[in-house]
Design a protein around this ligand. Sequence first.
Ligand SMILES: *Cc1c(COP(=O)(O)O)cnc(C)c1O
Length: 252
Amino acid sequence: MTWRADSETVVAQADARTAELADRLDGLLERIDAACRAAGREPGSVRLLPVTKFFPAADVAILYGLGRREFGESREQEATAKVAELGDRPDIRWHMIGRLQRNKAKVVARWAHTVHSVDSERLATALDRGALAALEAGERTEPLRVLLQVSLDEDPKRGGVIEDDLGRLADHVAAAEGLQLGGLMAIPPLDADPHSAFARLATLHTRLLARHPAAIELSAGMSGDLESAIEHGSTVVRVGTALMGTRPITSG
Ligand SMILES: *Cc1c(COP(=O)(O)O)cnc(C)c1O
């Protein structure tokens, strides 16, 4: 094959992927609007966070071209590489949505706009230190927004803070200078009824708001359950598969 034919193939593949993502994005935004209307909520009151884990930076660039500015990633190394690759698009807001080890907090605090998966005071403290260092170094201009990941099955091994510890963790984050308490996040237990899980999450969110009125974000809903999450007050849905296609391997 000549060089020209090769590059034409590459361009044709990129065009096909652009068309595919544009099509799925339209459908997904319609699906979110329909869920809002069904729940008696204002269409547009729920944001879409495309989850791009396991997909290349080129896909993020395509979605950026389609007007998206927020992206969710769940693995620190992969995300940090993508952030570097797309560094010429400084208006991207990167969200860390996956489980995070404390020793990765410092690097994540450099690039993340929001971390959705904070479930312990120790992790919060590590992120606070990282955010303060990044602010000091001019690597970020605003505190790191933090969502508290709530366990809906009270099994701390699966991640998330249990209900009894939620209030104390919220106060801890609210008092941290480098952090801003943004709200809550949850993933329903695998075999649970999403309606009851999201209803419980909504109750916890109402309770949090009574003490921390600015913590308005409720990160809930994925490809399979976003309608139920929107019915129960989600303000941002984290959608991977329904937009990007099937991931090569599943992730945590
Ligand atoms: C991967 C992931 C998602 C997206 O899940 P889909 O079912 O592919 O939409 C949402 N939230 C978290 C925390 C994830 O890790």
